[in-house]
Design a protein around this ligand. Structure first.
Ligand SMILES: Nc1ncnc2c1ncn2[C@@H]1O[C@H](COP(=O)(O)OP(=O)(O)O)[C@@H](O)[C@H]1O
Ligand SMILES: [Mg+2]
Length: 267
């Protein structure tokens, strides 16, 4: 692992210090259940104003379910406070209007709209908040999109769609931006472009980024939570987690490996 996370670690507590000392977002006992599957098992997460935080974990650990619970796309129990408001029962459009903006896995652009039109959708979701980014800022952040302004989203590559999805989220003037696996399935050069852009925006909005690639995420964020089978297994500053790389790796190992052995036919 590189030392890329070192410069960011010290900023975590300083950024978190607000007048009241209260986090912007605090979830306690957050639980998500699908039928008999308890995907998220009573976890506590806090994000302070301006922080960039990662939620790491193996496939199936409950990362996406946690983000969906925070943005109210799935039913959850426990508490979620956002900017001092209790939102555990709020509708997704209401939390988005409050500035809790979710960029889902798979991007979900409007396929028949162009790059520029998809970005404009983000501006309409901004509500009454002051803009943080203008459309031209998004093209500065992702120069590859400049020549693609008029191209329909269905004709964009996966990486280009990811850039538009993040750009659309930024144009919504997020208080807290939730990003679900922004690197998933992208070529290394595109991953570098996306994470380079995230490094540029990280001081302009709070970010909670879900990643399976821990070293990539720890190079960006101030702090991270590690989910394993729906529970927080580790949490700490990026530098601390980088130092505990072997332990971290054990939580990120595919949990299905053991199951595969268990169900293997005996002969
Ligand atoms: N809509 C759903 N219905 C039933 N089970 C689900 C659903 N979504 C996720 N799960 C299950 O919940 C667990 C956590 O999934 P998820 O939150 O997608 O994990 P991650 O994003 O960390 O890969 C997994 O066991 C998954 O199979
Ligand atoms: Mg997921």
């Amino acid at each position: 692992m590189t030392d890329a996370s070192a410069p960011t670690a010290a900023g975590a507590t300083a950024l978190g210090a607000t007048a009241t000392g209260e986090p912007m977002m605090r979830a306690t006992g957050l639980t998500v259940t699908y039928g008999t599957v308890e995907a998220v098992r009573g976890i506590d997460i806090e994000i302070f104003d301006g922080e960039t935080v990662a939620l790491l974990g193996a496939n199936g650990a409950g990362k996406s379910s946690t983000l969906r619970a925070l943005s109210r796309l799935v039913k959850a129990t426990g508490t979620i406070q956002f900017d001092g408001r209790d939102i555990i029962k709020a509708q997704p459009d209401a939390v988005a209007r409050a500035g809790l903006i979710h960029v889902p896995e798979g991007r979900h652009l409007f396929a028949s709209l162009t790059t520029e039109e998809n970005l404009q959708v983000g501006m309409t979701a901004k509500g009454k908040r002051d803009p943080i980014f203008q459309i031209d800022d998004i093209y500065d952040l992702f120069p590859a999109l400049t020549a693609l302004r008029k191209r329909s989203a269905w004709a964009l590559s996966g990486g280009e769609q990811q850039m538009v999805a993040i750009g659309r989220g930024l144009l919504s003037a997020p208080r807290l931006l939730l990003l679900d696996e922004p690197s998933l399935g992208l070529a290394p050069v595109i991953v570098t472009a996306v994470y380079g852009a995230l490094a540029q925006i990280k001081h302009r909005t709070a970010v909670l980024v879900v990643e399976q690639n821990a070293s990539l995420a720890l190079g960006l964020v101030d702090r991270a939570y590690v989910l394993a089978v729906g529970e927080i297994a580790m949490a700490g500053l990026s530098s601390e987690l980088t130092d505990r790389e072997a332990l971290l790796a054990s939580y990120l190992a595919r949990e299905t490996d053991a199951d595969d052995d268990a169900v293997a036919p005996s002969g």
